[in-house]
Design a protein around this ligand. Structure first.
Ligand SMILES: [Zn+2]
Length: 253
């Protein structure tokens, strides 16, 4: 694979000079001793290529073969594009923080104490409604629906005793503080409703029950997202649990 890639990839002058069979190859000086070492046992790639493959293979859903494919794509791409990718990775680690109010991702520079996300900073949103989600990507999905105009709170996970994740590992304490102290909420607005938008799983339901109990007596309405038949699905193929939810959560027309 490495040899095949070299045929596709424009060779550097140094590589051209050491190519066997070149008409004037005999006149060239031998390759310098400092040439990139080849690591045996991992496909004999140069060390920098091996390192790139190993780093890419750590990404979720990327196996060894995919990592090799991506590494060669980067090798073959123009230098400016590859450096732009490297810069994007650096920026995301250096600039992105969690919002100090809701734990959503925020791109607010190096001052972590002042970091606030674009949703919390938007005074057109109804900050008295706080929708609780497990992960920032759940928030993105809900935002794309374009219906909700309140604010959010990201738990950074869910209670999962089998995986050793406890309530104290999440941002539940910050949510409770936000509900009890209006000054801790976005814009200093008192929270009136907490909407639980957790995944409809065993852990999601358990986390929801924990929050419902913890928010009891805080003077807020606690609601959760409706469950039932997804739009575009067919009733005959729905599971018993989905049908039971749909019947229980029916509404007047
Ligand atoms: Zn925020």
């Amino acid at each position: 694979m490495w040899e095949a890639a070299l045929r596709l990839w424009p060779m550097s002058d140094e590589l051209k000079h050491t190519t066997p069979g070149e008409p004037d190859g005999a006149k060239r000086a031998p390759a310098p001793a400092s040439a990139a070492p080849m690591r045996v046992g991992v496909g004999a790639y140069p060390e920098s290529v091996t390192r790139l493959i190993e780093e890419l293979a750590k990404l979720p859903g990327i196996g060894r073969r995919s990592a090799e494919r991506l590494a060669f794509f980067i090798l073959k791409s123009p230098k400016a594009e590859a450096l732009e990718l490297a810069r994007a990775v650096t920026d995301v680690k250096q600039r992105v923080r969690h919002c100090r109010v809701c734990y959503n991702l925020a791109d607010n520079g190096p001052d972590a104490a002042a970091t606030i996300c674009s949703i919390c900073a938007d005074d057109r949103r109804d900050r008295s409604k706080v929708m609780v989600v497990e992960q920032p990507r759940d928030l993105i999905a809900l935002e794309q629906a374009g219906v909700y105009k309140g604010v959010y709170h990201v738990l950074m996970g869910r209670i999962a005793p089998l995986e050793g994740v406890k309530a104290g590992d999440l941002t539940i304490h910050d949510l409770l503080h936000r509900v009890r102290e209006p000054g801790a909420n976005a814009g200093g607005v008192p929270v009136r409703e907490v909407i639980l938008a957790l995944n409809p799983s065993l852990e999601g339901d358990g986390t929801g029950l924990h929050l419902q109990h913890a928010l009891g007596g805080a003077g807020v309405i606690v609601t959760r997202l409706a469950r039932g038949l997804p739009t575009g699905s067919q009733l005959e193929f729905a599971s018993k649990a989905v049908l039971a939810d749909a019947i229980q959560e029916r509404r007047a027309m």
